[in-house]
Design a protein around this ligand. Structure first.
Ligand code: ARG
Length: 416
């Protein structure tokens, strides 16, 4: 029988999106096609297609887009130095626009009338999905069942699933909400909702506890070409392989655990923990190489814009003219960010061990305190005289009547 409409659903195989298939079929009298993006998550996507079809979808697409994710979403953010609120490498935030793009592409190809996602009504992800869909296909209708449906708990959803013979995994009992891809894992809910509670050991999914990490440090060398990592320990490799390798090495040393109370776009603060070993190592190493190869004013402005870039990604504006403009700026800054950084991993920490670049702006002749020194010491006198002139003039004019800092010090001294 001909259905009322066709909906393309962003499907993970989890409880929410499984229940969504049946719910949308009933509520909208819809034919459902599902779209699942593989962004390099550790969990296998085996059986997802079968599960979607069993639940009632007429077609189920599972698309491997790990390479596209790494090269067109992760690397631009890495080159930009984008860490939300200075710490979060944004695995989830970066994945959403790509999943939205896959959903839109499939919807258009299959002539769907609408797309649907399984994001909650109080999170950032709904914003990222819907703004991305609006940017890519303004005419497409978006349905957000979690903002509409009657279920108020997981138990109710499970009951609905049972009633409709929807296969649900045994893992639905996990107290945490977990989202993951090659760039990192995001974990929230359960005891983590209390910001005073230290995350229990079982909250972490992919890293060894720092205290259980090896007692000997491990050195890792990473090569970058124009801000893009290309080799590890002298071995050139594919971008996806490189990140998998650094995830593996970092995980073993307990690197990349992040515990953050963050400001969501929808106005609330939430506490989430993250595990991002490769992202932590690569952001650290990339910045170290920039310290060596960028001139001071460029380094300064780039760091300021890194915050803008992170905010834009976090706030769902990936497909925006501002991102294009920032990418153009970042591109120019990265021309000389080529070289090698060696880091030392030890019990959860990443520290710098060495850096080198053919484009290094570090001049031994200028920096040295030996007799090889070529710095013009005498020139400093004139430089300081003129550089300090505004401050000197200000204090000369404002000495009388106004308590300057030095007056306070003198007074405090003489009253003892
Ligand atoms: N707070 C992170 C963000 O907005 C992750 C959100 C998803 N987290 C999750 N555990 N499902 O990017």
């Amino acid at each position: 029988m001909k259905k009322n409409m066709k909906i393309a659903v962003a499907y993970s195989g989890g409880l929410d999106t499984s229940v969504m298939i049946k719910w949308l079929m009933e509520k909208y009298d819809a034919e459902i096609i599902t779209v699942t993006g593989n962004l390099g998550q550790t969990k296998e996507l085996n059986g997802v297609e079968e599960k979607a079809l069993k639940t009632g979808a007429t077609k189920a697409f599972v698309l491997d887009t790990t390479k596209e994710f790494v090269e067109h979403y992760v690397f631009p953010a890495l080159r930009a130095g984008a860490l939300y609120e200075h710490v979060y490498p944004m695995a989830t935030s970066l994945g959403r626009p790509l999943l939205a793009k896959l959903l839109v592409e499939t919807a258009l190809q299959e002539n769907a009338d609408a797309v649907a996602h399984g994001c909650t009504g109080k999170g950032n992800d709904q914003v990222r999905f819907e703004v991305s869909v609006a940017a890519l296909a303004p005419h497409l209708r978006v349905i957000a069942p979690l903002r509409e449906w009657e279920f108020t708990s997981r138990e109710e959803e499970i009951a609905y699933a049972k009633k409709h013979n929807i296969p649900v995994a045994a893992t639905v009992s996990s107290p945490y909400s977990i989202d993951e891809n090659i760039w990192g894992t995001s974990i929230e809910c359960g005891v983590l909702e209390d910001p005073m509670v230290e995350p229990p050991a079982d909250a972490y999914q992919r890293t060894v506890a720092p205290e259980a990490a090896p007692d000997t440090p491990e050195y890792v060398s990473i090569e970058f070409e124009a801000g893009v990592p290309t080799a590890v320990d002298g071995r050139h490799m594919d971008s996806v392989e490189l990140i998998h390798l650094l995830n593996e090495i970092g995980s073993a040393h307990g690197v990349g655990r992040i515990d953050l109370v963050e400001n969501r776009l929808v106005g609330i603060k939430s506490r989430e923990i993250y595990e991002a070993p490769a992202a932590t190592i690569l952001h650290f190493a990339h910045t170290e190489l920039e310290r060596l190869t960028l001139d001071k004013p460029t380094f300064d402005l780039k760091n300021e814009l890194a915050q803008k870039y992170a905010n834009l990604v976090y706030n769902g504006l990936w497909f925006s003219p501002l991102r294009n403009a920032l990418d153009a700026f970042v591109d120019v800054t990265q021309r000389n960010v080529t070289g090698t950084v060696t880091v030392k991993l030890f019990k959860g920490a990443v520290v710098i061990a060495g850096r080198a670049s053919e484009r290094s702006l570090y001049s031994p002749a200028l920096a040295t305190y030996t007799k090889e020194d070529s710095f013009d010491h005498a020139a400093s006198a004139g430089f300081i005289k003129i550089y300090g002139l505004p401050v000197k003039t200000y204090h000369q004019v404002n000495r009388n009547g106004v308590h300057t800092h030095i007056d306070e010090l003198i007074k405090a001294d003489s009253s003892e």
